[in-house]
Design a protein around this ligand. Structure first.
Ligand SMILES: NC(=O)c1ccc[n+]([C@@H]2O[C@H](COP(=O)([O-])OP(=O)(O)OC[C@H]3O[C@@H](n4cnc5c(N)ncnc54)[C@H](O)[C@@H]3O)[C@@H](O)[C@H]2O)c1
Ligand SMILES: N[C@H](CO)Cc1c[nH]c[nH+]1
Ligand SMILES: [Zn+2]
Length: 433
């Protein structure tokens, strides 16, 4: 991991933004390849999706649409311990997602003047579940549960076919879908699958969706950026990142383990330590070296940690640490300091925040009840993680009586005349003449 030394002076927000470490290959760089893959699917339909599966996933799935019997089989043959774990995760995510549904409200503006605010679910959504370097049954739960809690009634789920499973969707992904009552599942991955959801695939009977959500690699994130407008998207949840703010009191062994845990997702994953303690920085670097040598995906982890996106950042104090973190906009922010609440008070931008030594990111990835589909690449500076409200739209229902309208008729006339749009005022006058 390279070092960024910010000690000795304060930095403006613009300077911090310029210093933030990022991967050389980002969503913009992957965009051209993603656009070509989406175009192939728009013109070539199923045959293009099968060819892309052959090219990227090591084989053509026997059927793009997974038969209902295969989903049922996956549920019935699911390892009992994994089933219990999935069911507990579903329970917890459902509880936390229910708390994200905003209440419908009625505001009495004046006599006979009422604005109702209602939250309307999106009718049909497409959910992406990754499956390249790893498989993600947990992402089935993280996508489906908030959609169901929001009241979405039509859900299509896509996930890449797996070479090791005869080019079928991974059975635990199918089992997770089955446990949640999802029966529309397709064996397709990457940018082509995002295009298929957004534009539909006629010869497959895949109807276009109105919103595409879910995590994926840089090509998936690029594809989501490209189809935005045709369908809505959640945040771009691309290659994962973790930023740990730690002081001298933190346990270097745990900090290192958490950095490595996210680096194992992808060579493009980012792991950043920000600290005011050179002793802790040295200890974490030594621990990372020791633990990487023992970890399963050591090559991928090494690539991620030595990439330009990962770094150890030295700061004068924890206020400067929070300022750097805000500029980075981490997907996951861990605060491992003596007074975590004090650091939290200075944090504005983060996808999800993990406080103290017993709240590692792995907890949020699987079992906290929080959602693990989170904005990456600095998007947490303006975007939120996937949640029930992502699947809802607020709609204001305007309900005025004659008396209520009369009270504002003069204001409308004045403003419409000022804007040189007199027909607007006339439409109100017509109601009183
Ligand atoms: N931010 C989040 O919320 C979040 C959550 C979970 C996972 N993730 C991220 O999701 C990603 C999962 O990646 P993955 O690769 O394991 O699975 P994936 O399903 O995202 O990607 C696999 C697909 O990528 C496409 N692809 C592969 N190589 C390509 C190439 N050279 N050109 C064009 N397309 C290509 C193929 O279509 C393949 O099916 C990781 O980066 C991980 O960090 C993010
Ligand atoms: N850390 C990933 C992005 O938040 C989510 C995940 C799923 N499985 C393991 N981890
Ligand atoms: Zn993870």
């Amino acid at each position: 991991m390279h070092t960024i030394d910010l000690r000795g002076r304060t930095h403006t927000s613009a300077e911090l933004l310029a210093l933030v470490p990022r991967a050389a290959v980002d969503v913009a760089v992957a965009s051209e390849a993603a656009a070509a893959l989406i175009d192939e699917v728009r013109t070539g339909g199923s045959e293009a999706l099968l060819a892309q599966a052959d090219r990227f996933d090591g084989g053509r799935p026997p059927a793009l649409r997974v038969p209902a019997s295969e989903i049922a089989d996956a549920v019935s043959t699911l390892d009992p311990a994994v089933r219990r774990a999935l069911e507990e995760t579903i329970r917890r995510v459902r509880l936390a997602s229910a708390a994200q549904v905003p209440p419908n409200t009625v505001t009495e503006i004046g006599p006979g003047a009422r604005i109702r605010q209602r939250w309307q679910p999106i009718a049909r959504v497409g959910l992406y579940v990754p499956g390249g370097k790893a498989v993600y049954p947990s992402s089935v739960v993280m996508n489906v549960v908030p959609a169901q809690v929001a009241g979405v009634t039509s859900i299509a789920l896509v996930s890449p076919p797996q070479r090791d499973h005869g080019s079928h969707v991974h059975p635990v992904v199918l089992a997770a879908a089955g446990l949640l009552g999802i029966d529309e599942v397709y064996a397709m991955g990457g940018a082509g699958a995002i295009g298929a959801l957004a534009y539909g695939v006629d010869d497959l009977g895949l109807e276009p969706v109105q919103l595409v959500t879910g995590p994926g690699n840089v090509y998936v994130a690029a594809a989501k950026r490209l189809i935005r407008g045709q369908a809505g998207i959640d945040a771009e949840a691309g290659p994962t990142d973790i930023l740990v703010v730690a002081d001298a009191a933190a346990d270097a062994r745990l900090v290192a383990a958490d950095l490595i845990s996210q680096a194992e997702h992808d060579e493009l994953a980012a792991a950043v330590l920000v600290t005011d303690s050179t002793e802790l920085a040295d200890a974490v670097v030594a621990e990372v070296e020791r633990q990487v040598a023992l970890t399963t995906h050591r090559e991928r982890v090494t690539a991620a940690l030595t990439g330009g996106q990962s770094a150890v950042v030295l700061v004068d104090d924890l206020e400067a640490a929070a300022a750097f973190s805000n500029a980075f906009g981490p997907e996951h922010l861990e605060i491992q300091t003596t007074d975590a609440e004090a650091v939290l008070a200075g944090i504005q931008n983060a996808g999800a925040i993990f406080l103290g030594p017993h709240s590692p990111v792995s907890l949020g990835d699987y079992a906290a009840g929080s959602n693990h589909v989170l904005p990456t690449g600095g998007q947490a500076r303006f975007a939120a993680g996937l949640n029930a409200a992502t699947f809802l739209r607020s709609q204001q229902v305007v309900e005025y009586t004659e008396e209520g309208l009369a009270d504002v008729a003069e204001s409308i006339a004045a403003l419409s005349a000022t804007e040189a749009l007199p027909a607007h005022g006339d439409a109100v006058v017509a109601r009183f003449s």
